[in-house]
Structures are given as C-alpha cells and as structure tokens.
Ligand binder design. Structure first.
Ligand code: GAR
Length: 204
C-alpha cells in the first residue's frame, strides 16, 4: 500500500509511522511527504528518513484555485492508494476528494464530530469536557468531517494545559493511526469502498 502523507507542522505522528514501517511492522510504503509551506519539521524529518518530499506553498499561488490544482497534481503524480492528512491544516478542494474517493484519511485531536477545526484540543479544554480523544476518519471537503474509521478516548486531567493534553492525545493518535493504516493495508484495496464506510464501526 502506497501512501502520500500531508503535513503542516512538526510531523510527530508521521515520525511514529516512519518508525513503525522502519521496524518492519507496518506493510506500507510512504511514496512522498508533502507540506503546504516551506520549513516544516515534518518535511525535514521525512527527508532525514530518506523519503521524497514536496512543498506546495499556499502563499506562492495567486489564487486558492491554483493552489488546489497544484496540490492535486503534486499528490497524484505518486499514484497513492491513500492520502493521509497528518496535521495538514488546510481544507482540500472537492476536486481533490473526487480524485481520491474514500482514500483521503485525516487524523484529528478530538472526538469528532465534537471540536472540529484547528484548535480541537483547546476548544475541548475550554468547554470543560472530562473526556476527549482522537479520531481517524475518511475526510471530505468539510472541516474535519467525513465517515469515522476509529476513535480513542483520552481523559482530561484537572491539571491539564492545552500542551499536556495534546501530547497525551498524540500518543493515542499515533497508535490509532498505525492501527488504521495496518487495517487499510490488509483490506480489500483502495477505491473499492471498504468495510469502514459500510459498518460505520469503531475498530478499536
Ligand atoms: C495532530 O494532533 C493532528 O491530529 C492535528 O495536528 C496535530 C499534528 O501533530 N490535526 C488537526 O488538528 C487537524 N484539524 P504532528 O504534526 O506533531 O504530527
């Protein structure tokens, strides 16, 4: 199974995937890692691991549509089975979803549909929930929407800050993402739909 991973930041979850593949546990090939801006640690880590990388800099395009087209072209040239948004903080266009139907997977640091968006951890903490968590889901062109594949609950501790809670969520998120990738790799294959979308189940 070939994947392209999209990142915007530190790529610590991606690093866990790289390490798991390197340890021979996960039968997945990372065809390339792409970012929406230059200078991300996620791309630096990937290059250090010998992976191919690319940047489609959001600020380098005159229009949103041009960036959308460039991102789609950059990803499509690797002909991935799945595209993984791992801390990629941009909503992709409908054309992108259409190009990878049921094959664009996102991770989010909250129990969707609660607390979507760029500040899922902060929003959950500010609301005062006692349990939050992480979600891996098939993404559509909305903000952290689309069929849920799997979720893990994480307790909020009284002393938590956004940072401490996010770090604990990321630990759960790494395990969950690796589990989902392993399931997808052993599944019926991309582009043919799959059981995650059919049974709406939590595969924890
Ligand atoms: C992860 O917690 C991911 O769920 C979140 O960004 C973090 C990236 O961490 N994504 C979103 O909030 C998407 N709405 P990382 O770059 O260290 O892997």
């Amino acid at each position: 199974m070939r994947i392209v991973v999209l990142v915007s930041g530190t790529g610590s979850n991606l690093q866990a995937v790289i390490d798991d593949i390197g340890a021979g546990h996960l039968p997945v090939e990372i065809a390339a890692v792409g970012a929406d801006r230059p200078g991300t640690l996620g791309v630096a880590r990937s290059a250090a691991a010998g992976l191919e990388t690319f940047v489609v800099d959001f600020k380098a395009f005159a229009t949103r549509g041009e960036w959308d087209a460039a991102l789609l072209a950059a990803v499509a040239r690797y002909a991935p089975d799945y595209v993984i948004s791992s801390g990629f903080m941009r909503i992709v266009a409908a054309d992108f979803i259409d190009a990878f139907p049921g094959r664009y997977v996102n991770t989010h640091p909250a129990l969707l549909p609660a607390f979507p968006g760029a500040h899922g951890v902060r929003d959950a903490l500010e609301y005062g929930v006692k349990v939050t968590g992480c979600t891996v889901h098939f993404a559509d062109a909305g903000v952290d929407t689309g069929p849920i594949i799997a979720q893990t609950a994480v307790a909020v501790l009284p002393e938590d800050t956004e940072e401490s809670l996010h770090e604990r969520i990321k630990l759960a998120e790494r395990t969950l993402l690796i589990q989902v990738l392993a399931e997808l790799a052993s599944g019926p294959g991309p582009g043919r739909g799959n059981k995650h979308q059919d049974d709406g189940g939590n595969h924890q």
